[in-house]
Design a protein around this ligand. Structure first.
Ligand code: MTE
Ligand code: MO
Length: 406
């Protein structure tokens, strides 16, 4: 008879951390046991999120911020959106967590423990913007299926980890390597253990950038469970779907990675613009790479009222995928005229940039303040919805807030 497997001590420790208290009789639990306390129906408590966050889906969990919640320069966990394609792993044992490199383009399969990764390679910290490719989806017409993100599926936290480049050097990759693909511990919604919910990746050139990390800390602490504890790939500036959470494997491929959600309409858009609703042939779809220029007014909250004669201080962030932002402007007359905001340089490449302006209104009444960012190649955000695509990706239209002067 097979020996009954008990839950590991290290697993118990991480489960206790998640529950915020000791599991008193935890030693007698079998491994893989589903603790009721971790199925807390209150996602705000479960994930340590602010109660103003908006739940779009609970199977799997998908939660977004509102614009005014993203006012911090560095996004704290409580305001960070959660995007899951499958079921969050619950049985994580940090002590025996490993990361395995395989694929056509590694000379030899190689496995590292988390401890080895942390001790063998130099640590780096960057602020990195992660935006879901589907952020803004809710506005497309005809509507696109999927989570109806408004503006809140974006974050810029401070991530600490080791460079993927340093490890790939240690692993040894062949000249024919073109792509890396990630493999993770979350499970498919169907419960089928042989199906990955998502396994995306990035071209080798992106994998070798300074800022592409295997991260184990977010904002100076262990990565929160929902955001990929204990190890996550971070590829800032690209659709956040490229940043695999709960990272257990990396395949170095001699062709474009063909894992789950790399093909069809998933994270792909028509290579050339199409009319709204048009069917697009598979071969005419292209993988989303760098995200487009975008900005968000995070203060004040839309609906603000100010007194006549007073100026309004607005502020927010702007980002431009692989590029930087060169200019942010605002308009109070529905885009007829624009004035410059003051704009800060990014903390590092791929971090969002902060802007602010002192806005004056000519008289009492209702206004909308619009913001428009321009990237370092001179491309600006559109004032209307950009190119329709089957899954509703890449909506980078100008953000606006309502303001009353009384
Ligand atoms: N393993 C795994 N990694 C994943 C996902 C997932 O479902 N499983 N979702 C991806 C998508 S689509 C996005 S937008 C980001 C969201 O990261 P966050 O939940 O930390 O904000 O994680 C990406 N990495
Ligand atoms: Mo996403």
């Amino acid at each position: 008879m097979q020996r009954r497997k008990f839950i590991k001590k290290s697993t118990l420790t991480s489960l206790s951390t998640l529950l915020g208290t000791e599991i008193v009789f935890g030693k007698i639990l079998p491994s893989g046991y589903d603790l009721l306390g971790l199925q807390d129906p209150d996602p705000f408590k479960l994930f340590h999120k602010d109660s103003q966050m908006v739940v779009l889906n609970d199977k799997p969990w998908n939660i977004e911020a509102q614009a005014h919640l993203l006012d911090n320069r560095i996004t704290p966990n409580k305001y960070m959106f959660i995007r899951n394609n499958g079921i969050i792993p619950s049985d994580i044992s940090v002590d025996d967590w490993t990361l395995t490199f395989d694929g056509e383009s590694v000379s030899q399969k190689k496995t590292y423990t988390l401890e080895e990764l942390k001790s063998k390679f130099k640590h780096h910290t960057y602020q990195l913007t992660l935006e879901c490719g589907g952020n803004g989806r809710s506005e497309f017409n005809p509507p696109a299926k999927g989570n109806q993100w408004t503006v809140g599926a974006v974050s810029c936290a401070e991530w600490t980890g080791i460079r993927l480049r340093d490890i790939l050097e240690d692993v040894g990759i062949e000249d024919n390597a073109v792509y890396i693909g990630y493999h993770a511990m979350d499970t498919h919604l169907s419960g089928d253990p042989n199906k990955e919910p998502i396994s995306r990746g990035i071209p080798i050139a992106k994998a070798l950038q300074d800022e592409t990390l295997l991260a184990f800390k977010m904002n100076g602490e262990d990565i929160p469970l929902a955001h990929g504890y204990p190890l996550r790939l971070i590829a800032g500036g690209w659709p956040a779907s490229a940043s695999g959470k709960w990272l257990q494997g990396i395949s170095v491929r001699n062709k474009v990675h063909d894992g789950a959600k790399m093909t069809g309409t998933a994270y792909r858009v028509p290579c050339e613009p199409v009319a709204p609703g048009e069917k697009v042939a598979d071969e005419d779809m292209c993988i989303i790479e760098s995200m487009p220029v975008k900005s968000l007014i995070t203060y004040p909250k839309s609906g603000a009222t100010i007194n006549e004669g007073k100026s309004l201080k607005i502020r927010g962030h702007a980002w431009a995928g692989e590029l930087s932002v060169s200019k942010v402007e605002y308009s109070i007359d529905f885009g007829s005229t624009w004035k410059n905001c003051s704009l800060e340089k990014p903390a590092n490449r791929l971090a969002w940039q902060h802007f602010k302006a002192d806005v004056r209104f000519p008289k009492k009444g209702y206004y909308e303040v619009w913001a428009r960012a321009t990237d370092s190649q001179g491309v600006s955000q559109p004032m209307v919805l950009p190119g329709w695509n089957p899954k509703g990706y890449l909506n980078n239209a100008c953000h606006r807030i309502a303001v009353k002067v009384s």
